[in-house]
Each structure stands twice: as structure tokens, then as C-alpha cells.
Design a protein around this ligand. Structure first.
Ligand SMILES: NC(=O)c1ccc[n+]([C@@H]2O[C@H](COP(=O)([O-])OP(=O)(O)OC[C@H]3O[C@@H](n4cnc5c(N)ncnc54)[C@H](OP(=O)(O)O)[C@@H]3O)[C@@H](O)[C@H]2O)c1
Length: 270
């Protein structure tokens, strides 16, 4: 049994995963084989000791755990390409591809290969991803192996496959939503007196602290908000003004729009 892993698709999420696995010390760089067609774009990873390649078949042959991190439009072709090399006694396939179901994957690679769907985010590189995974009938040891990987690069939970789309919006798109929120706070900070750098620092650390307050207290966010909102005070007046302008509603509508788009794109691909 090999300790090597293959990451097929060395783009944003593939390279974030590779970096996270090294930063977490779960894998040594030489055990990570990462592929893309234009390998010159990931030469920095080779300098860190990883194996870079454009040969998906060879990468699968040399590995046990195989992560599929290409774009949805490219996924079926890559699955078809690697199928002759997949072996149910040796391989576990983990697909990070948005909108690609386990049935669609198994229709290409067969039902013998253990298949997991995983939806992390780009904070993988910092070992701060939120990753939701789902799987069908798989062996306990395979489940443990996959969960262990994602727990090393953040937090991992197992969910039913029908919630994978919702997890994509919350955890993967959620990074962009949170960063746009952060940017808005920072821009407001500039208008009331801070330079861009300090304003971004204050906004980012405040967001991080607020997230930890909710996460570690286990309290409903509104409970923590109550502690900050003095009657007739400055926080509640700002908060209510944001709500009058559709703050919560805009976020919820944005989430639902992203969610609906997954289905629309899936229909276009099929
Ligand atoms: N970005 C996120 O935050 C995020 C989060 C969760 C899940 N995902 C999912 O992860 C997948 C990748 O997203 P991404 O944002 O990382 O996209 P990306 O940056 O475009 O990465 C895709 C990579 O796949 C490579 N590729 C394409 N065809 C290939 C082939 N035949 N063999 C090997 N590599 C190939 C591309 O490089 P070449 O063109 O050089 O081959 C590219 O580097 C998507 O399915 C997305 O839904 C993304």
C-alpha cells in the first residue's frame, strides 16, 4: 500500500489542498503528486518537493488516495481517463467537483471503487477549511482515512449527499461572501478615519473574533449580538440601519441564488 496521494487538477483548490496537507504535517511533499496540463504554472510546488506532472494515469498508478480537483466541465473526461488504472483494493476516490454526484462518478469508474464527495474551501492551505463530505457504502477504514485528511486541514463533518449543494454555497462560496463583508467593513473604516491597511487588519481580526465567539460559545449569534447592543446605543442604530437597507435579506437571497445556480449549471452540462 502506498502513502502517496494524487491531486488531479492543480488549480486553486488542488494547490490549497496540497499546501494544507504539508502545513499540517500529514504528508511529506514527496508523497504528493499533483497534476495539471500546464505544469509550468505549479513549478513552485516542485520547488517545495512535491511531484508535479501532466500524467493523470501515472499519478493514479503511484497513489492510493486520489483527489479530483478539476472544473466540473473537465471532470468526466479525467474520470474516464483514469478508470483503467483504478483498483478497488488500492484506491479511494475523493471528488471535490461541484455538482457532480456519486452516481455520475460511479457510472464512469464502476461501483467497486470507494467514492467520497468533499466540499472544502480555499482555507485548506491554512488548515482552516470547513469541509463537508458524503459517501455511500464504504469501509470504515476508508471513511476514517478521508475524515482524517480533512480534519488535518480544518474541520470536517459528514452530511447526506443531497446537502452537498447547500454545503458548496455555505462553505466554498462562503469564503467569498465573508471576504466581501470584510471588505465592506474595511471600506467603511477608511471613511471614518483609518488607512486601508489598518482598517483591513481591524476588520479581519474582528471578524475572526466574532466567528470564534459564536463557534466556541455555541450560542446563537443573536445572543452574542445582545451583549454588544446597549439600549439606544450606537451598535443597534448602525445594525438597524443596515437591516433597513436589506442586510440579512441580501445575504440570504445571495445564498439561494448561488444554490439555484448549481442546478442550472448541472442541467447545462448534462
Ligand atoms: N475554488 C474553490 O473555492 C472550490 C471549493 C470547493 C470545491 N471546488 C471545486 O474544485 C474544482 C476546481 O476548482 P478550482 O477553483 O481549483 O478551479 P481551477 O483553479 O480552474 O483548477 C482546475 C485545474 O484543473 C486543471 N486541469 C484541467 N484539465 C485537467 C486534466 N485533464 N488533467 C489534469 N488537470 C487538469 C487545470 O489546469 P490546466 O488547465 O493547466 O490543466 C486547473 O489548474 C471545481 O470542480 C470546483 O467546483 C472549488
Amino acid at each position: 500500500m502506498t502513502n502517496n496521494i494524487a491531486i488531479l487538477g492543480g488549480g486553486n483548490i488542488g494547490t490549497s489542498l496540497a499546501k494544507g496537507l504539508i502545513n499540517s504535517n500529514l504528508y511529506s511533499p514527496e508523497n504528493i503528486i499533483i497534476t495539471r496540463r500546464r505544469t509550468h504554472m505549479i513549478e513552485n510546488l516542485a520547488l517545495e518537493g512535491m511531484v508535479i506532472s501532466s500524467d493523470n494515469l501515472q499519478a493514479v498508478k503511484a497513489s492510493g488516495l486520489v483527489f479530483l480537483t478539476v472544473k466540473p466541465m473537465q471532470a468526466k473526461e479525467v474520470l474516464g481517463e483514469i478508470t483503467p488504472e483504478l483498483n478497488h483494493e488500492k484506491h479511494i476516490l475523493v471528488s471535490l467537483v461541484t455538482g457532480l454526484g456519486s452516481k455520475e462518478i460511479q457510472a464512469i469508474i464502476g461501483e467497486q471503487i470507494p467514492v467520497f464527495l468533499a466540499m472544502p474551501n480555499t482555507a485548506l492551505a491554512l488548515c482552516e477549511s470547513m469541509t463537508c463530505i458524503s459517501h455511500g457504502e464504504v469501509q470504515e477504514k476508508h471513511k476514517e482515512e478521508v475524515i482524517n485528511v480533512f480534519n488535518h486541514v480544518g474541520k470536517c463533518i459528514t452530511i447526506p449527499e443531497e446537502l452537498m449543494g447547500a454545503s458548496t454555497v455555505m462553505a466554498a462560496c462562503g469564503v467569498a461572501f465573508a471576504l466581501r463583508f470584510l471588505r465592506s467593513i474595511a471600506q467603511g473604516g477608511i471613511e471614518i478615519g483609518f488607512g486601508a491597511e489598518l482598517s483591513t487588519l481591524i476588520a479581519a481580526q474582528t471578524l475572526k473574533g466574532a466567528a470564534r465567539l459564536a463557534q466556541e460559545s455555541g450560542n446563537h449569534p443573536e445572543h452574542e449580538i445582545d451583549k454588544v447592543t446597549t439600549p439606544m446605543g450606537i451598535t443597534i442604530s448602525g445594525l438597524n440601519e443596515m437591516e433597513h437597507n436589506g442586510f440579512s435579506s441580501a445575504l440570504i437571497k445571495g445564498l439561494i441564488t448561488s444554490y439555484n445556480k448549481i442546478e442550472k449549471l448541472k442541467k447545462l452540462r448534462d
